[in-house]
Ligand binder design. Structure first.
Ligand code: APR
Length: 249
């Protein structure tokens, strides 16, 4: 991949870079994205029938099992070179803000020290009624596990459609978008709010916007640079060219 020299020198001088990732960065680990036609997670279901509070109340077992299957799948795969490249970048530059829409926990497993999980995590489980987090739970495969405090139904600690993002996570993400010199949108279709607005918040503060995605998205026309290909291939190359090959002195 050719990286324009002006981008290379700009990134070398950047003290704060913010990265927003989506399901595309986990695709090369073997996890399905949401909207890739036919093979995406939504191909067999409609989001409205799985990822909303109403869907859960309507069919708790279906929703619980769908997330349990995704949790088990996420446990069987490994981070890919794209995850590792971002973990390495956090060790190279003064400040890297890593925001993710992903709930699979792969950034942390790759060694990224601090990850802002905008859409929560399938690794965590809480009570639908009282909100208490469950450290452990028994899943007998027949019934949705119950809260040990109030006997309410347990649910994955993810943000469903129609729910608000965790306030602290969103506030940190907005601050990171507004104060970075460069904002990367990686492996996301840029269709879901409010995450999709973060790039615009960064752009409004003068940040350089870079997209790394398999295909163009609605953000592409507003990017300063767009690289279309696999993040697991592009990111390691970018780190190498920008931060490892720089001439000494
Ligand atoms: N490298 C880079 N990009 C990739 C790769 C790859 N190897 N594979 C797929 N992509 C791109 C796809 O082209 C697509 O544009 O990643 C993007 C994934 O988009 P979505 O499936 O819409 O996932 P995402 O953007 O993360 O969805 C955002 O929507 O469903 C909700 O809460 C859910 O967090 C999710 C949010």
């Amino acid at each position: 991949m050719d990286f324009p020299p002006e981008l290379v020198s700009f990134l070398r001088a950047a003290s704060h870079i913010t990265v927003l990732t989506g399901a595309g960065v986990s695709q090369e680990s073997g996890l399905r994205t949401f909207r890739d036609a036919q093979v995406g997670l939504w191909a067999q279901y409609r989001p409205e029938n799985l990822a909303t509070p109403e869907a859960f109340l309507n069919n708790p077992k279906l929703v619980w099992d769908w997330y349990a299957a995704r949790r088990e799948r996420a446990d069987t795969v490994e981070p890919n070179p794209g995850h590792y490249a971002l973990a390495e970048l956090s060790r190279i530059i003064p400040r890297l803000s890593l925001l993710t829409q992903n709930v699979d926990g792969l950034h942390a497993r790759a060694g990224s020290p601090s990850v802002i999980e905008l859409h929560g995590s399938i690794r965590k489980v809480r009570c639908f009624d009282c909100g208490v987090y469950a450290e452990t739970w028994q899943d007998d495969g027949q019934n949705v596990p119950k809260c040990s405090c109030c006997s309410g139904l347990l649910r994955p600690d993810v943000v469903w459609f129609g729910e608000s993002l965790p306030r602290a996570a969103l506030e940190s993400a907005v601050e990171a978008a507004r104060t970075c010199q460069a904002f990367f949108s990686i492996g996301t279709s840029g269709l879901v709010q409010p995450a999709a607005s973060l790039a615009h918040a960064a752009r409004n503060r003068g940040a350089v916007i870079v997209e790394i995605n398999l295909e163009p998205t609605p953000l592409t026309p507003k990017c300063d640079y767009a690289f279309h290909g696999k993040s697991g291939e592009i990111l390691p190359e970018l780190i190498q060219v920008v931060w490892k090959e720089q001439t000494s002195g």
